[in-house]
Write a protein that binds this ligand. Structure first.
Ligand code: AMP
Length: 328
């Protein structure tokens, strides 16, 4: 699929001596895995090229994936081909120096809010951007080189963005890509331990979440993790945000979300929306966000907007349940 776009991307990579890789803000396993995985593939294949991955935000739970490169002079960006992975819109690119690059490519699996760059390779049905990088490798595997370091980065993104291969985006192609990585070599025991073991204190927070969560009339589960709760359990924003995953297994609840108070002067609240069967990205887009059909992010300000977003989601779920069968 999209062979000619991939060929165009490979040609641009071959034609450039300097390549800068970019990802989205508020990093996650997929954008880090995709950039680091592609960087390693390109380094192995083209050892004479300069390849940089420079970003300014990191997530503690992904520190095991290793550091990124130190900042470079603007002249380096100016002579570089930029490749932005896993990022739907320019506003979400984490290192703003991407604007200096002489050429830009977008590789992404989000519903496109806008396209940017001279080449945009977007496949919404892909379970992760890492899957796209593996597909790119598979397409040109006679020319490209991979090793277990690259495979582990890419597998990390595939696992985290698909809920351990559980979400509906998982296809035969995704599993074949995962199979390619396992054939190269991934220590899955260590990887899963790094990603999913939890601290004792965090389990106490989880218990609190289950006590405090609420459900709307038509079955939307939600939790508001305000600053007080974050302080009570000693949570970073990142740890607080992870709790959305704890609401995902309630029978009859086909949409769920966590509101995380950011603690900034504007009173912004991060919303993490998730669903099965029903698509919730339109709700996220209405409230300054976007994302995927069943996993999106948004931002609201104050109780009234939280209530409005909940009412909109509840109405969406009501309509879905009235017009569809087979949901659980
Ligand atoms: P989150 O709950 O923040 O992890 O977001 C879920 C998915 O939606 C991720 O793939 C994000 O990259 C994407 N996403 C979150 N916020 C936005 C936004 N403002 N615009 C577009 N995509 C977003």
């Amino acid at each position: 699929m999209n062979k000619s776009i991939k060929q165009e991307i490979l040609q641009k990579i071959k034609d450039n001596q300097i390549i800068c890789l970019f990802r989205h803000v508020r990093n996650d396993g997929d954008c880090v895995g995709a950039t680091k995985g592609l960087k390693r593939i390109l380094q192995l294949t083209f050892p004479e090229k300069q390849i940089y991955l420079i970003d300014h935000d990191t997530a503690k739970y992904l520190e095991f994936m290793g550091p990124e490169d130190p900042e470079v002079e603007d002249i380096v960006y100016e002579n570089a081909l930029g490749i932005v992975l896993d990022t739907a819109s320019e506003a979400r690119i984490s290192n703003k120096k991407y604007t200096l690059c002489k050429d830009l490519i977008k590789i992404d699996h989000h519903i496109p809010l806008e396209n940017y760059g001279s080449v945009a390779w977007v496949e919404e049905e892909r379970s992760s951007c890492c899957e796209m990088v593996v597909d790119f490798y598979e397409t040109f595997k006679d020319e490209l080189k991979i090793d277990s370091e690259a495979a582990t980065h890419l597998y990390t993104g595939m696992v985290t963005d698909s809920g351990r291969f559980k979400y509906s985006g998982i296809s035969g192609d995704a599993m074949r890509c995962a199979g390619t990585l396992l054939d190269v070599g991934v220590d899955t025991d260590t990887l899963f331990a790094r990603l999913y073991l939890e601290a004792y204190e965090y389990l106490k927070f989880k218990a609190h979440i289950y006590n405090r969560m609420q459900i709307t009339e038509n079955g939307v589960a939600y939790i508001f993790v305000d600053k007080a709760m974050q302080e009570e359990f000693g949570l970073t924003l990142e740890m607080a945000s992870a709790c959305v995953g704890n609401l995902d297994s309630i029978r009859g609840v086909i949409a769920w979300m966590a509101f995380i108070e950011n603690g900034d002067a504007e009173g912004s609240i991060r919303v993490r929306l998730r669903s099965r069967f029903v698509h919730i990205n339109s709700i996220a887009e209405k409230y300054r966000g976007g994302g995927h059909a069943c996993a999106s992010g948004a931002t609201v300000y104050g109780q009234e907007e939280m209530d409005a977003l909940l009412r909109d989601t509840d109405a969406l779920v009501k309509e879905y349940k009235e017009t569809h069968e087979g949901w659980l």
